[in-house]
Design a protein around this ligand. Structure first.
Ligand SMILES: Nc1ncnc2c1ncn2[C@@H]1O[C@H](COP(=O)(O)OP(=O)(O)O)[C@@H](O)[C@H]1O
Ligand SMILES: [Mg+2]
Length: 277
């Protein structure tokens, strides 16, 4: 469950810091950025599963077929921000499975993910796409800090039942730039530190996708496989009038009556009003 989202430089969102709860309602006048907030959540969900450019292509304004992701960077007058950054705090389940059905038990269930992207200026390596990772981090949030980090009223018993585990070191870290190069490290997180080994270190600029989106093995990254699933599963639901009309239009003429469509599809990610998992 997403509990906090900070956004800088994405569409019209700058220095945005929102606390989210089990049920969050977003209201405001037209054009303030409600849908852009949902686009940011969809973008982060996409980035947890897909290469950078593919994740951008599913967001309004990030159509990468034309190689054009400028629409996602914040415009103010004739200036376009070259960077965008996100910080997401979220709770993950204590246990789950990786893609091969192997059990993953989180070493910590309250996490903070940070990602900074920039527009790639160097056109000689444009084959990698116009988006470049500047930094990526995943750290735990201490149990002692959990109360103040959760922005909605809750009981201590509830908090103790969802904020579990311990960890002292980061899961993903970015080292300071050395001679123009930044390196992102993926740290081992196996049961009792067994089979850990050295972190996997990759130059940030050469990454076609986030480190988070690359983890799939519960034996090596028991917490990150669950974190990745949680991020990828962040869903925005609900409906506005235009969305309802679109959906009605889309289902007209289909063989199955729309009533039978119980699961929300990708289009529905764009419908503002409530945030669910
Ligand atoms: N890259 C961008 N930089 C700055 N503003 C943008 C960018 N992309 C879209 N916008 C602005 O976002 C606003 C629309 O936000 P939106 O989230 O769709 O509003 P609503 O709250 O009605 O859902 C428009 O004013 C549009 O100009
Ligand atoms: Mg809208």
């Amino acid at each position: 469950m997403l509990t906090r989202l900070k956004i800088d430089g994405f569409k019209n969102l700058d220095r945005i810091d929102v606390r989210l709860g089990p049920f969050t309602c977003v209201a405001g006048p037209n054009g303030v950025g409600k849908s852009n907030l949902f686009d940011a959540i969809s973008f982060l969900a996409g980035l947890a599963e897909k290469p950078l450019m593919e994740a951008a292509s599913i967001v309004r304004g990030g159509d990468s077929r034309r190689g054009d992701v400028w629409g996602l960077f914040r415009r103010a007058g004739d200036r376009v921000a070259e960077r965008m950054s996100f910080a997401a705090e979220f709770l993950i389940p204590e246990e789950g499975e990786d893609e091969l059905g192997q059990t993953a038990k989180a070493s910590m269930t309250f996490l903070r993910y940070e990602l900074e992207l920039r527009y790639r200026q160097d056109s000689t390596i444009r084959t990698l796409g116009a988006l470049e990772i500047v930094s990526e981090k995943m750290v735990h949030i201490n149990r002692s800090k959990a109360k103040s980090r959760l922005g909605f009223p809750h009981k201590k018993d509830w908090r103790d039942s969802v904020v579990k585990g311990r960890r002292t070191s980061p899961y993903i870290s970015t080292e300071p730039e050395v001679e123009g190069e930044r390196v992102i490290s993926l740290h081992a997180d196996s049961v009792a530190g067994l089979g850990g080994g050295r972190p996997r270190r990759v130059p940030a600029a050469s990454l076609p996708r986030t480190m988070l989106s690359s983890v799939n093995n519960a034996a090596e990254h028991r917490t990150l496989v669950l974190a990745r699933q949680e991020m990828a599963g962040s869903r925005v639901g609900g409906a506005d009038a235009a969305g309802l009309q679109r959906r009605a239009g889309r289902t007209t003429g289909s063989k199955r009556p729309s009533r039978r469509r119980k699961v929300m599809d990708r289009e529905d990610l764009r419908q503002p009003s409530l945030l669910t998992r």
